[in-house]
Ligand binder design. Structure first.
Ligand code: ZN
Ligand code: ZN
Length: 329
């Protein structure tokens, strides 16, 4: 439980919540730890419900349903992402941009999330998960995978040479999709992160180096997952004419000033916000075809603060996941 910004999470006992009419009650089996959790913790995202249970990459089994639930039944394994609900009626929802909904709620930020034994979710914002994956392996797909996928899609179909800045949870998933689709991946890590560069090469990157370096060929697109604004300028220097820079994070440090010639020749800088349910359906159907293999470091629920600390330090290869003890069943 996060009670106030910049405080450690508190481990506490709570009553099992009751599902509302359209909600399912989920026994959480695993929940991924995402950089966005750090941004909520640090107060970079300034409007959390407080106190709040963090965690928006929930994998669990339905153990209860509200009276109006029609799509899911007790016993089914589901995933719950960052997008917890939308109003379905604002101008963004009506034009297919529910990720930008004016009234959207977000799991582990404006509604309680999955760093817990039980969680509630609206049935229309839960997803069936592919077979053949352990619970912990699926968790990172639900944010790192979904936001990564939306970021990758915004690079455009024609992008062949794709740079990835920040080779963490999102990058390690989306690199596999991109390689599967015939793209050439160039991985950029923190200076001196030789292990991260080796990890990227093992996942199929044709080149790996440090963030300020020029890749051997100009890039068609750059996906930025690290929260440092200067990477946008590094990426502009590394892209060809018409290059697209897509920022996948929810928060970034300021972008330094740069000369217009770096942007000229139709280079584009854009961001990605949240996800749509269609993004989720697409990625979850692609995952077993690739097949995406997630690299996870497991922590117990009681170790949530330690998992967050290691994520902040860049000491996680792949994705950190809290795995809940299943003592009651
Ligand atoms: Zn809306
Ligand atoms: Zn996330």
């Amino acid at each position: 439980m996060l009670e106030a910004a910049r405080q450690p999470l508190r481990y506490m006992q709570m009553a099992v919540p009751e599902p509302g009419p359209a909600q399912v009650l989920i026994r959480v089996r695993a929940c991924g730890v995402c950089r966005t959790d750090l941004h909520v913790l640090d107060g970079d995202l300034s409007e959390p419900k407080l106190p709040v249970i963090l965690g928006h990459e929930i994998v669990g089994v339905i153990v209860g349903t509200g009276a109006e639930v029609r799509s899911f039944a007790v016993g089914e394994r589901v995933g719950v992402p960052w997008l917890a609900s939308t109003d379905g009626s604002c101008r963004y929802c009506r034009r297919g941009q529910e990720n930008l909904c004016d009234k959207a709620l977000f799991t582990g930020y404006t509604v309680d999330g999955g760093f817990a034994e039980y969680a509630l979710a609206h049935e229309n914002y839960c997803f069936r998960l592919p077979e053949g994956y352990a619970d912990a392996e699926l968790a990172p797909l639900l944010c790192a995978g979904l936001i990564g996928y939306r970021t990758y899609r915004m690079a455009g179909e024609h992008a062949e040479r794709i740079g990835i800045y920040g080779f963490g949870a999102a990058a390690h998933i989306i690199a596999q999709v991109a390689v599967h689709q015939g793209k050439r991946i160039y991985a950029f890590t923190r200076p001196g992160d030789v292990a991260g560069q080796a990890f990227a090469r093992r996942l199929g990157a044709v080149w790996a180096g440090e963030s300020g370096e020029r890749p051997p060929e100009g890039l068609d697109a750059a996906l930025i997952f690290a929260p440092a604004g200067r990477l946008i300028v590094d990426a502009l220097r590394a892209t060809c004419k018409g290059g697209v820079i897509v920022c996948g994070g929810i928060h970034m440090s300021d972008i330094p000033a740069f000369p217009y010639r770096l942007l000229w020749e139709e280079r584009v800088i854009r961001s990605v916000a949240n996800l749509t349910r269609q993004d989720a359906e697409e990625l979850l159907s692609i995952a077993p075809q690739v097949p995406i293999k997630t690299h996870v470091q497991a922590f117990a629920l009681e170790e949530a603060n330690e998992a967050l600390r290691r994520l902040r330090a860049g000491a996680i290869e792949g994705a950190a996941v809290l795995v809940m003890a299943q003592t009651d069943d």
